[in-house]
Design a protein around this ligand. Structure first.
Ligand code: FAD
Length: 419
């Protein structure tokens, strides 16, 4: 039959897809989102960064998210052996929102895509994209509908927001390996029953294993008494901790004293999940008639909770460019999309590298860090990784080196891997 036509086809209804869909639909374009699962669906990535509130606002999705009554978040707490440290987002160097939420993604993502629908985007669930023909003017998608029927869809532009599906990166041969090591994450939801008086639910808690280098934990409380808990490490280390993933996760949690204490009454309410080799990259974030958003482009590492912020940033950045292109204006996707998006991703990558080689923990646990420096670190950890007024953004590597150097009085050095 006749091939259907839309202005913009978007693959995937996660945060990146929802942000772009909302922005473009609000501008009156005919937007169709193709999502292979049915919502609500589980996703990992539950701790947000304040910077992402700006993108939600500008894409017209803030009110829809706000209605979720999500857990307030104002910073990140860290623990390692007997040390503890907190990064307060309200101390941040950069301008912009200083608080955010921690969200069960099934609920959060559903609210965002419903917000996009309310602005006029059409969303087809249960609809899997299987093929793609790149073309500067008439890119074409092949898909399998919820009813199992093979169809074609022609668009004037295609945005790939398929997350770990990486649909267009695979189909167009743009996929490549990340410079980051392959790691493994085990995670679950618990009814946390935390009763410690000194525990702050308004922060993500990041713990570092007392002996094993490179192994760290997250504890992300939600507003309903539940929490997301996870451990990240190399596969072999996690494998030897137990017979199955649930046993391994619980065993690892008991090895960290603060986690063991906080979770002593916790009851698991969701099966243990596992993700590995999630770091991925692409040679280019755009091609004829298409661009890659969020995780469908590059994914770094979960340690700084930057994934959803980068996803929303990419949708927010791409949408106005698509509109301009469809109006017939020239858009240089390299200089207007790829380079500016990558600038912030590069900042986060430098921080991820500094986390795993021990420089960043040393900086974070340095109690004598001047207030001005704390503000610069806080800004990046709050997601303001694109603010080049921040010296830690403008020259991340050099500044992180210098700061780690001046924090040598710390009582430990993770890079030395004292096992
Ligand atoms: P997604 O949210 O993954 O959405 C992609 C959608 O595309 C999915 O709904 C999928 O069903 C759909 N799709 C896939 N293939 C197809 C297809 N062929 N056809 C149609 N639809 C398709 N980020 C944070 O911000 N905070 C955190 O605390 C955090 N923790 C993390 C912990 C771990 C262990 C990992 C691995 C990641 C974490 N992340 C975190 C990252 C976060 O999960 C992602 O960055 C984020 O979900 C990306 O959003 P997205 O919109 O790009 O893709």
């Amino acid at each position: 039959g006749a091939v259907e036509q839309v202005d913009v086809a978007i693959i995937g209804a996660g945060p990146a897809g929802a942000a772009a869909a909302a922005w473009l639909a609000r501008e009156g374009l005919r937007v169709r989102v193709l999502e292979q699962s049915t919502f609500p669906r589980f996703s990992i990535g539950e701790s947000l960064l304040p910077q992402c509130m700006q993108y939600l606002q500008e894409c017209g999705l803030l009110a829809a998210a706000q209605a979720g009554g999500f857990q307030y978040k104002d910073g990140a707490a860290f623990c390692w052996r007997n040390e503890s440290a907190a990064v307060l987002f309200t101390e941040k160097f950069s301008a912009g929102p200083g608080t955010t939420w921690q969200v069960p993604r099934a609920d959060f993502d559903q609210r965002l895509i419903e917000g996009a629908q309310a602005l006029g985007a059409e969303v087809l669930f249960g609809c899997k994209v299987t093929g793609f023909v790149a073309d500067a003017k008439q890119p074409r998608i092949s898909l399998i509908t919820a009813e199992g029927e093979a169809q074609q869809l022609q668009a004037r532009f295609v945005l790939d927001a398929s997350g770990y599906g990486r649909v267009l990166a695979r189909l167009t041969g743009l996929a490549c390996d990340s410079v980051l090591e392959s790691r493994c994450a085990l995670f679950m939801h618990v009814e946390d029953r935390i009763d410690s008086l000194d525990y702050d639910r308004n922060k993500i808690l990041i713990g570092i294993h007392p002996q094993l280098p490179g192994v760290w934990y997250w504890l992300i409380p939600f507003s309903d008494g539940r929490a997301s808990v996870g451990v990240v490490g190399d596969r072999a280390t996690l494998e030897q901790a137990g017979q199955d993933d649930a046993e391994r996760l619980w065993a690892m949690l008991r090895q960290e004293p603060r986690y063991a204490e906080l979770l002593k009454n916790a009851v698991q309410v969701r099966d243990t999940g596992r993700l590995e080799g999630y770091s991925a990259a692409v040679k280019q974030l755009h091609g004829p008639g298409f661009a890659l958003l969020g995780n469908a482009g590059e994914f770094l590492d979960p340690v700084f909770s930057s994934g959803v912020t980068i996803a929303l940033h990419s949708g927010w950045l791409a949408a106005p460019l698509v509109q301009r292109q469809l109006r017939g204006e020239a858009v240089d996707w390299q200089s207007e999309f790829e380079l500016p998006l990558r600038a912030g991703v590069d900042t986060f990558r430098e921080f991820v590298l500094a986390w795993y080689d021990g420089r960043l923990p040393r900086i974070i646990f340095n109690e004598r860090q001047p207030e001005r420096i704390r503000g610069m670190i806080s800004a990046v950890l709050a997601g303001y990784a694109w603010d080049t007024d921040n010296p830690l953004v403008a020259a991340s590597r050099r500044r992180l080196d210098a700061l780690a150097e001046s924090s040598t009085d710390s009582r430990f050095d993770l890079a030395a891997g004292e096992c």
